[in-house]
Design a protein around this ligand. Structure first.
Ligand code: AMP
Ligand code: MG
Length: 489
């Protein structure tokens, strides 16, 4: 172990590696030919207690490339299963390796995972590698989500490997360093429930409680509390996605965390025109994970999670099923409450009135009918600068607008505080697909990272509403073929 590596600030613990051996496979990353640092998230590095300068040295970049194992790391690939588009299957980290858990100066614990570090025992036919474009895309979207205030895994760095990955065409290879509260998924529980013992399931549940839900760890009914807490976090998370028009695209149970963070940015994208049927993913031909379906799919995934916990919920199976069903049946209401609260804020409403839901639904129906841009409609309402957008010119909208203004007058808060609430709830910009594509094209084809860096900068504070953000709020020119995303494996 060299002095330089120590000075990088890595401070690993390996609690996951202390779990039963069947939970994972020890696996070192496979070294790459000539790693080069493409992007480093300095503020995130600092908050993790890392040395920004050191991370950029040859040794520092070597860690991100999997060529150097930092002191204290115990690299492993996690085992998990999952329902993929409804079909249960064994999965696991086929192209990811967990280096360990970084303990920050504040004592917090974060998984540090390399995505694209070569084959693992779970790789099946895959090469365990990742391409530069999709890794930069994950970096941009996950950091945009963080800027929007949505719980998410973070991106610490992307390195190019100097090797090609073979896909439909040869692409430059890359590795993303992902930071997460943990990588425990619904699929992790499914794996243990299916192939492990009840004792192992209890170990996983206890570990998860300690790591993510210490407040309920001592509850007598702690496994029911675990289920209820996960349901609460997912209800809050999915509402946040809906409120900004985020479409995950592949909400399989292996892509749903127990911590409540958004994970696995594959075919995800943000909706431009408001339409609940919007789907971007090329593989989602049935529209299973369409925008409007996301809350239902989250509920479905949580039901799969509840099933895994049945042996821990009650000795009597019928009682266990009853407890699980009661918990699951709360999800939609919890989701709806989060969503309604968020929508009220987007419209500058502080207090609650029964008719608010109709007011909101009527606006959304008009947006769908007149093909209005989701983000920009709320942004325009925020600044009260109705332009010549089709929606705003309709008599239907004029009527709705009056109803809304009257509604605002039926609350004590001033117009100024209402405007402030709207500014804090309606982003000036989202990572528009055409902007993200332009940034990736410049980076991957030209080696020009300026476009991406500028985009990341404006996306980091989407509620600032600065003049320079205006340029980034333009929707794409309508095209005859809809925008399509690919899993990017
Ligand atoms: P994802 O669609 O990224 O959620 O991945 C689904 C499963 O496929 C996970 O088990 C991944 O580890 C695995 N996988 C994806 N890409 C690769 C790859 N290039 N090599 C090996 N396994 C992969
Ligand atoms: Mg995944």
């Amino acid at each position: 172990m060299t002095k330089e590596i120590k000075e990088l600030g890595w401070n690993f613990d390996n609690s996951y590696a202390r779990l039963p051996k069947s939970f994972y496979s020890s696996q070192n990353p496979v070294p790459v030919r000539s790693p080069k640092l493409i992007i480093l998230n300095s503020p995130l590095a600092v908050s993790l207690g890392l040395n920004v300068e050191g991370l950029q040295s040859e040794k520092g970049v070597g860690v991100f490339a999997g060529n150097q194992i930092p002191e204290g790391a115990l690299p492993l690939a996690q085992a998990y299963a999952g329902h993929q588009f409804g079909h249960f299957t064994m999965l696991g980290d086929g192209r990811a390796v967990l280096l360990g858990e970084q303990i920050t100066p504040l004592g917090e614990r974060f998984d540090i995972q390399l995505k694209g570090p070569g084959r693992t025992p779970y790789s099946r036919g895959g090469d365990g590698r990742a391409a530069l474009g999709p890794m930069l895309r994950e970096y941009i979207i996950s950091e945009a989500m963080n800027g929007l205030g949505i719980p998410t895994t973070r991106s610490l760095a992307v390195v190019s490997t100097g090797e090609l990955v073979i896909r439909e065409t040869d692409l430059p290879g890359a590795i993303l360093t992902r930071v997460a509260a943990s990588h425990i998924r619904v699929g992790t529980f499914q794996y243990i429930a299916k192939w492990g013992t009840v004792e192992e399931l209890r170990i996983l549940a206890d570990y998860t409680l300690t790591r993510h839900f210490p407040d309920v760890e001592a509850d007598e009914i702690r496994y029911l509390s675990l289920l209820q807490e996960v349901i609460k976090r997912q209800a809050a998370l999915i509402a946040k996605w809906q409120l900004v028009g985020f479409i995950h695209g592949v909400m399989n149970t292996d892509n749903m965390t127990i911590s409540g963070e958004t994970i696995d940015y594959g075919p995800c994208a943000f909706m431009d025109v408001y339409d609940p049927e919007t789907v971007f993913s090329s593989i989602d031909v049935q529209g299973r994970y369409a925008y409007g379906n996301q809350p239902y799919m989250a509920g479905w995934n949580l039901a799969r999670f509840a099933e895994t916990l049945l042996p821990l919920l009650h000795d009597n199976q019928e009682q266990a099923i009853k407890l699980a069903q009661d918990a699951i049946s709360n999800f939609m209401e919890l989701y709806k409450n989060n969503w309604l609260a968020g929508m009220r804020a987007k419209l500058g409403i502080f207090n609650e009135e029964k008719q608010d839901e109709t007011l909101i639904d009527d606006l959304l129906s008009m947006m769908q009918k007149y093909r209005a841009d989701y983000t920009n409609t709320f942004r325009t309402l925020t600044f009260d600068t109705l332009d010549d957008t089709v929606l705003f010119g309709t008599p239907e909208f004029t009527k709705w607008f009056e109803r809304w203004k009257e509604r605002l007058q039926r609350q004590e808060e001033s117009k100024a505080s209402s405007s402030q609430l709207m500014r804090n709830s309606n982003p000036a910009l989202i990572p528009r697909n055409h902007r993200v594509e332009a940034a990736l094209e410049a980076a991957v084809k030209e080696g020009d990272y300026c476009v991406m860096e500028k985009l990341l900068e404006v996306l980091s504070s989407p509620y600032a509403h600065t003049p320079e953000q205006t340029e980034y709020s333009t929707p794409p020119v309508p095209s005859s073929s809809p925008y399509r995303t690919f899993c990017g494996t």
